[in-house]
Write a protein that binds this ligand. Structure first.
Ligand code: 5GP
Length: 188
């Protein structure tokens, strides 16, 4: 029997721009499992609630949650997005609020990527209004050179270059989210 290993594309085109492979499936999965183990250890007996930030975080959150082996819950909020731009507008709006009551709960905000940090800071402030027992943050990617505000990131998957990325939930004008790997803008 021959193994059918699909070819991972080294470059992809999205909306007329070329992106190159940056993080493959195995690398992402290994790191997500490590984060899941860390969270499981830190929250033993606490039943945390993961708050996913739509739309980008849904794939990371689904994998992260399955890597957590203690009781945990989930809810989602949605912020305004980049639209089809590659640069952060710096203006954040809340488009969908969470439904779950989180007063007295241990909240972990789950983002796909922290760029300027404005969205994460906005969300942390919003969460604190509900008086949770604690608020921590998890992000798969951190563009650390682009971060302009002081924001505490507790669980970080990868610190990455300051270039636009797509795949594994991250989009360019709503496309590219379904790529299983993460691709970065190829400037050459
Ligand atoms: P921030 O508020 O930190 O500038 O941006 C956070 C949000 O901007 C992320 O949740 C994500 O939706 C979007 N974003 C930032 N950088 C990128 C990127 O490189 N690729 C994609 N697809 N979205 C990004």
């Amino acid at each position: 029997m021959s193994l059918n290993i699909p070819d991972v594309k080294k470059t992809v085109m999205c909306r007329g721009e070329r992106f190159r492979l940056y993080l493959d499936k195995e690398t992402i999965q290994r790191r997500v499992e490590e984060l899941g183990r860390e969270i499981s250890r830190a929250y033993e007996g606490k039943r945390p609630i993961l708050i996913g930030v739509l739309n980008g975080a849904f794939i990371f959150l689904a994998d992260l949650m399955r890597a957590i082996d203690i009781d945990c819950e989930v809810d989602f909020l949605k912020l305004s997005s980049y639209g089809a731009q590659k640069i952060s507008s710096g203006v954040v709006h809340e488009l969908k609020k969470i439904d779950a009551p989180i007063e007295g709960r241990h909240v972990i905000v789950v983002e796909d990527i922290v760029d300027t940090g404005l969205s994460m800071r906005f969300i942390i402030e919003k969460m604190r209004e509900y008086r949770p027992a604690s608020v921590r943050t998890a992000t798969l990617l951190h563009k650390y050179e682009a971060t302009r505000v002081d924001v505490e990131l507790d669980y970080v998957g990868f610190r990455i270059e300051n270039l636009f990325v797509i795949g594994y939930g991250l989009d360019y004008g709503q496309l590219g989210r379904n790529l299983p790997e993460i691709y970065i803008l190829d400037e050459d």
